[in-house]
Ligand binder design. Structure first.
Ligand code: NAP
Length: 292
């Protein structure tokens, strides 16, 4: 197989979804409705968070949605943030909002997430939406795992009856993707691995589909992959690299150059899961508007 044919082009799939969302937004405007409105809250000066929020704003604009950003200083108190959340929960003009994580250490993240109105929780992080997802009922699905499901579907990758191994059990990626893949409809047989898993390579080598979300650059090597497996790389790492114009390059959790030789399909980093995450957030915002 040609190397290029192995690549799952997340950017192209995300662009196609953006066009679909833009058409729906245009349809709403034609009917005299307001555009869906996504708000983002960012507390402090975390560089990566600022980049993520800027790209979410840009994505909103590209599909005709309204976006607003609440930038709060690092020293913002928990009470001040909860007051803002209370405002966002009740503001008629805002359809959905996200609180960009991580928050500064003096703010209790759990308390903050629990305060988000589930009807506006377009990140799908509240216990209410996580519970609905677990039950297989309509909910806001967390964007990254929802994006992976859509990538698999639109790339024609069958999941029913397949052996899936998920590396990582975070609340935003590993755990929800294992729930989504094992539900009726997706019908995969899922194993979830974490830092206490023993004989990891032995388990990963059994996978027809590997989802890697462990937060360690180039962790998954070719000898951990069954020939012909599909590999989904969720990791994002900024690696200093003076040979590039920006002074850094982006790498995933998978040793791409080696693993592509054995995998049948693989997502690149950048241009794989990342663009899908943002587009799923737009999709959830559109749903939030429709439900209201
Ligand atoms: P996380 O919260 O850091 O969780 C990492 C998980 O990997 C944990 O469950 C941990 O196990 C497990 N782990 C760590 N070392 C391991 C090892 N040696 N063997 C097996 N399991 C191990 O990570 P996350 O938030 O899910 O993010 C994972 C990566 O995806 C990061 O690079 C992040 O930047 C990226 N990400 C990308 C997107 C996107 O849009 N593409 C979105 C979110 C995250 P324990 O539970 O036992 O500690």
């Amino acid at each position: 197989m040609n190397i290029g044919d192995k690549i799952i082009d997340g950017k192209a799939i995300a662009d196609a979804m953006k066009k679909e969302i833009a058409a729906e937004v245009a349809g709403m405007l034609d009917k005299g409705m307001d555009a869906p409105h996504l708000a983002a809250v960012i507390v402090g000066e975390d560089g990566a968070s600022k980049t993520y929020v800027a790209s979410k704003e840009k994505a909103c604009q590209s599909v005709g949605m309204t976006s607003s950003v609440y930038r709060l200083p690092e020293k913002t108190t928990e009470e001040e943030l909860l007051n803002l959340i209370n405002f966002l929960n009740n503001d008629e003009e805002i359809d959905g909002y996200i609180i960009q994580l991580p928050l500064p250490k003096h703010i209790n993240e759990t308390k903050v997430i629990h305060s988000i109105n589930p009807k506006k929780d377009v990140d799908g992080f509240t216990p209410h939406n996580i519970g609905l997802m677990q039950l297989g009922e309509p909910s806001f699905l967390p964007a990254t795992p929802a994006g992976i499901m859509e990538l698999l579907k639109r790339s024609g990758i069958e999941t029913a009856g397949k052996r899936v191994v998920v590396l990582g059990r975070s609340n935003i990626v590993g755990t929800p993707i294992s729930v989504m893949l094992s539900r009726k409809g997706a019908d995969a047989t899922v194993t979830i691995c974490h830092s206490k898993t023993e004989n990891l390579p032995e388990i990963t080598r059994q996978a027809d589909i590997l989802v890697v979300a462990i937060g360690k650059p180039k962790f998954l090597k070719a000898d951990m992959v069954k020939p012909g497996a599909v590999v989904i790389d969720v990791g994002i790492h900024r690696i200093e690299d003076k040979t590039t114009e920006k002074g850094y390059r982006i790498e995933g959790d998978v040793d791409f150059d080696e693993v592509i030789k054995v995998a049948s399909k693989i997502t690149p980093v950048p241009g794989g899961v990342g663009p899908m995450t943002i587009v799923e957030l737009l999709y959830n915002t559109l749903q939030a508007k429709k439900r209201r």
